[in-house]
Design a binder for this molecule. Structure first.
Ligand code: ADP
Ligand code: ADP
Ligand code: MG
Length: 445
């Protein structure tokens, strides 16, 4: 195992990684921007270095500064968390060239799967069903119109480098397809520095079901069951759970096996997620791979009792996975609510400010993964997530009751949050019955 690693991230995931490391006896080097100088979690790291001004482009995204901190801190590996450099294949390659282990997949596997069009090709080769759509990038208007004619409207134009729910545009006829295509490509170039777009059929009333996978460097790949992330707004997840409700066992097993095939086919190692859409007839379609740890990994940790961050470190250190597929349990039901500092009355814009009062819920089955405290200033520079409230109970019904109780207990004052929306979702029969689809939240509220 490594003696010392650097965490190239901030906020709750930086703290989550510090916690995993302390239990493993691994020392941690944190990095921070000037905006995060006062963050309390930095005190739990063994060392911490400032890597620049508040703007992420000047600090958390600056590869040379992160690598310099790693060299000064004398670490053997870097954990990238999620967001920032986590899916930057160039960064993973620079780490390797600097003789620092990147805690994630190889840069080759990341580059292949991080490109959604390429990932669709690999999925097809692994006999994993994909959403009907263009074979590769759509290079011209004629080609786009032809694909749309074949698969039928409505379609989605998607950025091959997209992420975080951005770079997805619907088109319902030839006219909108023509006009949206150029706009989508220009937007993708601006947001992801890659103008490539492709077309997918818009799956109607889908559920979002994803599979957690884990693969070591010795040819072992397995799944840690699925998560349902159907509760979304603007293609961003609000509530996640495991296991997925109302998913027939045979479909569940097929999806999980498909994810393992995809990982095996692409030579992917470490932790990753294969995302799928499930239509109302329980047919599933691959959409993308997230080549990193995900925000919602805790629900999987709760039902499997496997610490995913620790497994990431073990795999990166060259260890063999310590369990086999048949010994990965899925016990009880877990739910996660993302708590964002956002203003529901102002189109859910980020709502930076100071947390003036904080009451953290507790008691049986409750876990709160967050870096904030009373007096904490939520910075306008980064995404608006304050923390994640996670519950684990023997049944889904009990987990919902536990989450309601925890949401009633939690107090966050000083900024507006998504807590009231989460509370409403948890009271809605559509959610309770597990009958929602990905547009349920926006349709209803
Ligand atoms: P998850 O699949 O883990 O739920 P999200 O899509 O919510 O992940 O993204 C996790 C974090 O990474 C968020 O902070 C999101 O803004 C950021 N992110 C993910 N992909 C990209 C990308 N391609 N470009 C910029 N930010 C991204
Ligand atoms: P990102 O990289 O931004 O996470 P994804 O491809 O994973 O993008 O899609 C994000 C969300 O957008 C999905 O969870 C789903 O709600 C919606 N979506 C994506 N593709 C489709 C599709 N073909 N049909 C319907 N909804 C889709
Ligand atoms: Mg996604």
């Amino acid at each position: 195992m490594f003696q010392r690693i650097l965490i190239a991230n901030r906020g709750e995931i930086a703290l989550r990684i510090i916690r995993a490391c302390r239990e493993l006896g691994v020392e941690t080097v944190a990095v921070f921007s000037e905006a995060d100088r006062e963050a309390e979690y930095l005190q739990l790291a063994d060392e911490a270095y400032c890597i620049g001004p508040p703007a992420a482009s000047e600090s958390y995204l600056k590869i040379d500064r992160v690598i310099s901190a790693a060299e000064i801190g004398n670490v053997q590996a870097i954990h990238p968390g999620y967001g920032f450099l986590a899916e930057n294949a160039h960064f993973a390659e620079v780490c390797r060239d600097s003789q620092i282990e990147f805690i994630g997949p190889s840069h080759e596997a990341m580059a292949k799967l991080g490109d959604k069009v390429e990932a669709r090709r690999i999925a097809a080769a692994a006999k994993v069903p994909c959403v009907p759509g263009s074979k590769g990038l759509v290079e011209s208007e004629e080609e786009a119109l032809k694909v749309a004619e074949e698969i039928g409207y409505p379609v989605l134009i998607k950025a091959t480098a997209g992420g975080g729910g951005k770079g997805i545009r619907p088109a319902r006829n030839d006219i909108t397809l023509r006009s949206e295509l150029k706009a989508a490509s220009a937007e993708a170039e601006k947001a992801f520095k890659n103008p490539g777009v492709y077309i997918e059929k818009l799956v109607e009333k889908p559920r979002h079901v994803e599979v957690q996978v884990l693969a070591d460097n010795h040819g072992n790949a397995l799944h840690l069951w699925e998560r349902d992330c159907t509760m979304q707004r603007r293609h961003q997840k609000l509530i996640e759970e495991s296991p997925a409700p109302n998913l027939p066992q045979s479909v569940r097993e097929d999806i999980c096996k498909a994810a393992v095939r995809l990982v095996t086919e692409s030579g992917y190692t470490n932790a990753g997620t294969c995302e799928f859409l499930v239509d109302p007839d329980n047919r599933f379609y691959f959409i993308e791979v997230n080549a990193r740890i995900q925000v919602e990994h805790p629900v999987t940790e709760m039902v499997t009792s496997i610490d995913l961050i620790q497994q990431q470190l073990r795999v990166a250190a060259g260890e063999t996975l310590p369990f086999q597929q048949r010994s990965v349990p899925c016990t009880g039901a877990a739910l996660e609510v993302r708590i964002n500092a956002e203003d529901p009355d102002n189109d859910f814009r980020g709502c930076p400010g100071t947390i003036t009062k904080l009451r953290i819920p507790g008691g049986p089955g409750v876990r709160f993964d967050s870096h904030v405290h009373e007096g904490y200033k939520i910075s306008p520079y980064y995404d608006s997530m304050i923390g994640k409230l996670i519950v684990h109970r023997p049944t889904r019904e009990a987990a919902i009751a536990c989450m309601r109780r925890a949401l009633d207990e939690i107090v966050i004052e000083g900024v507006k949050t998504t807590i009231p929306l989460a509370r409403k979702i948890l009271d809605h029969t559509t959610f309770i019955d597990g009958r929602g689809d990905t547009s349920f939240v926006e349709r209803t509220w």
